[in-house]
Design a binder for this molecule. Sequence first.
Ligand code: UDP
Ligand code: MG
Length: 318
Amino acid sequence: MKLISIVIPAYNEGKNIPLVYAAIEKIFKSLGNNYDFEIMFVNDGSRDNSFEEIKKLAEKDARVKYINFSRNFGKEIATTAGINNCAGDACIMIDADLQHPAELIPEFIKKWEAGADVVVGIRKESKSDSELKKIGSRLFYKTLNRIAEMEIVPNSTDFRLIDRKVIEEFKRFTERGRMTRALIDWLGFRRDFIYFDARERINGTASYNFWKLAKLALDSFVSLSLLPLRLAGYLGIFIMVISGIMGTYIMIGKYFLHDAHGIWHLASTFSDAENLAIFIVFLVGIILVSLGLMALYVANIHREVIERPIYVIKDKKI
Ligand code: UDP
Ligand code: MG
């Protein structure tokens, strides 16, 4: 009998936890005796009764395991902890808020049995998303695919299954600022896809607001691509060439063709102070842009090299 681990990150999901448990238990009952399952809840520093609900389930059902973080570490890290500590032959990640349809679990398993090492849930665009979120997400994937080192399928979600082989490779990642699904994509392996409609959230509120999403997007650009870093260099070269041409133009017009007409006339109307101002503004621009980009990378390097633990566990049952 194969063991399937279901990893569920939970942040303030008290009302949803019994529901998602019931949904999964029902699914596996219908799968018969071929598969055993365990549910690995990761309580990500919830401020509500989520952990009590998880413990209640764990006492009733030995297949329910948990990890309780000491504080909120974010969904990406919570998912990571679940994957790192699960025991299954395959692991399926699913949101606690019932937005990922648990009924699709058998299809994930089918594709896995057919030979896929990673089965990715692709979310069809949902009507409840704001225009801003839709445009933002399209722009994000377009840009990321242009500049990242591997292909990322648009609207691919964390609702996915990964094989034990992939789990073992995944454990070797050490970065703190991470996007779990991008790391799984980076690993490669044989992939297959399942398309689904995301449901509305029933209980609680989505905790990914605009700023959290923007931060995640920026994080993934910096950790997945070096283009922004090189961009500072390109920009510097571009501005240097432009200002070089302008400087030459002004110099010739002003100092060699003293009372020039036509296009040279413009050059001679600039005063020395104005010339200087143009160049200084250019230089300040270059410096600021480069500095801002460097700062992003330095921050990233800093966060990685100090080697803090990725997460801190308060209690666990695994
Ligand atoms: N989540 C988490 N830690 C956080 C935020 C969210 O573990 O800091 C969990 C949350 O409980 C849910 C999943 O991540 O199971 C998705 O979160 P949410 O519904 O807020 O995001 P969205 O559906 O907008 O992607
Ligand atoms: Mg959600």
